[in-house]
Design a protein around this ligand. Structure first.
Ligand code: TGC
Ligand code: FAD
Length: 397
């Protein structure tokens, strides 16, 4: 019988998960950070994540370790952030999501959706107060944009903030908010007389309550919550002065969507490797699955799609690092890479046969998680329409 080891010996060509030798296009620092986060995922995440998913709990014991690794806001400078480039941030997301999309979500929300707006739109006092603790994972943030009446069109939000002397009074609700119940601070987007503004709502402020959304069949190792605001009084010093209009929250989404383009590659690689290994030892009709043409076609297609996604994200990261990335380019990569990862996860699940329906294998967990990833941070359709608008000049949302 062919074994996986024999299979690996036969392959003398490209690395199966790095077909185009992307590693050779990375700097030493980029490779080192990827390796150390990858080791953390292999040793600390993979052994426990299936059970966390089954039990529908976020593995919060990992947060201090992630803080020590320096992944929170790692592409920001100062305030105890690591000051790394955007390619490193992407590689971090890729490694974390190879473990689980819920873990990468935690890091995306903390770094891109909460630390980034404080860093970019906040006052010096706000930065000093929140960023060092968030970088260490001692303080947790959440990002409240989506509302129950429809997330794709945040410009029509119903949550309102009304000026009252030196304060603002916030009324409304947010839904599907990652980390809502565990967050020390919520970045809340509300409509005001002057347009959309962002506020730092602190967990103990009277009138602010949260609850988790139960029975999710996706991102089960992550908390997703509802936020309620009933006359919450927030001082003007908790408003983000640099955020004006819908461009404020959409600017944050560009940061997080960029990380997701990389993260999806990690989930895809986990599924593809699992399918490849299984095909190497599963023997049917007198030969391994790896020796049949249609299985090879399916594995080859996974390799093609992963390679395409890797090249897209790397070039996107280089554009971001040189300051020329456009948000429609992020939309194209988010659409392509998450679609690729979801298709790969579904195909890997099928290739594993009946065993693939249990969380003893990784594929179904990734597949279910990716159903959220393709919906959040702009659905696939929204990203297609963003590119359509870019090409034609007509907004067809
Ligand atoms: P539109 O007229 O296009 O834009 C209003 C203003 O914003 C600017 N802008 C952007 N800026 C930065 N990044 C982007 N991606 C931007 N897109 C637009 C734009 O230039 C304009 O600026 P200004 O100065 O002229 O005012 O706005 P629209 O109302 O037509 O909406 C466009 C649309 C549909 C693309 C937008 O609403 C959208 O992206 N909808 C999807 C909403 C979404 O993605 N929500 C995600 C919520 S957060 C989340 O899901 C977290 S999941 C947890 C995790 O990440 O793990
Ligand atoms: P809708 O906007 O109601 O869309 C429904 C369907 O209509 C979709 O298929 C969509 O593609 C389609 N559609 C919409 N507009 C058009 C159009 N013009 N033409 C054709 N089709 C269209 N949000 C946050 O603010 N913070 C978070 O931390 C956060 N975390 C999340 C975590 C999870 C696990 C999930 C599942 C979601 C999270 N979200 C978060 C919300 C997420 O961003 C929204 O679910 C998403 O933006 C879509 O909004 P919706 O669910 O209201 O769907």
């Amino acid at each position: 019988m062919s074994t996986q080891a024999e299979g690996l010996k036969r392959r003398t060509g490209p690395d199966i998960a790095d077909f185009y030798d992307i590693r050779s296009m990375l700097s030493d620092e980029e490779r080192q950070v990827q390796e150390s986060v990858g080791q953390f995922v292999d040793q600390e995440v993979i052994p426990i994540i299936g059970e966390a998913f089954d039990k529908h709990v976020f593995p919060d014991q990992l947060v201090p370790e992630l803080g020590k690794l320096g992944v929170f806001g790692c592409n920001l400078e100062g305030y105890e952030c690591a000051g790394l480039n955007n390619v490193v941030y992407g590689l971090v997301c890729q490694e974390l999501e190879r473990g689980d999309s819920g873990l990468r979500s935690f890091v995306s929300v903390q770094g891109s959706l909460c630390m980034w707006p404080i860093y970019t739109y906040g006052t010096e006092e706000q930065k000093q107060r929140w960023l060092p603790g968030m970088a260490k994972g001692e303080l947790i943030g959440c990002f409240g944009l989506t509302e129950p009446d429809g997330g794709s069109d945040p410009g029509t939000m119903r949550t309102k903030a009304v000026r009252d002397g030196d304060d603002w009074i916030i009324n409304g609700a947010k839904m599907w908010i990652t980390n809502g119940t565990i967050a020390d601070v919520a970045i809340v987007w509300a409509d005001t007389e002057e347009g959309i503004r962002g506020f730092l709502v602190e967990k103990d402020m009277p009138g602010y309550t949260t609850r988790d959304i139960p029975r999710k069949m996706s991102l089960r190792a992550s908390w997703t919550s509802e936020l309620f605001f009933e006359g919450v009084r927030v001082p003007d010093s908790n408003r983000l002065p640099g955020a004006k209009g819908l461009a404020g929250p959409l600017g944050c989404l560009t940061q997080a969507r960029y990380g997701i383009t990389w993260g999806a590659i990690g989930a895809a690689i986990a599924c593809y490797k699992e399918a490849l290994e299984f095909a190497g030892y599963r023997k049917l009709f007198g030969r391994t699955l790896a020796e049949t043409q249609t299985i090879q076609l399916r594995l080859a297609d996974m390799a093609r799609r992963i390679t395409t996604a890797q090249l897209l994200s790397l070039q996107l990261g280089r554009l971001k690092d040189q300051g020329t990335m456009h948000h429609s380019q992020v939309s194209l990569a988010k659409w392509n890479n998450v679609r690729a990862a979801l298709d790969i996860a579904r195909d890997a699940r099928d290739l594993l046969g009946a065993g693939g329906v249990t969380t003893d294998h990784h594929a179904i967990r990734h597949m279910l998680n990716l159903e959220s990833v393709i919906t959040y941070e702009g659905t696939e359709t929204i990203h297609q329409l963003v590119i359509g608008r870019e090409l034609t000049g007509h907004a067809a949302f």
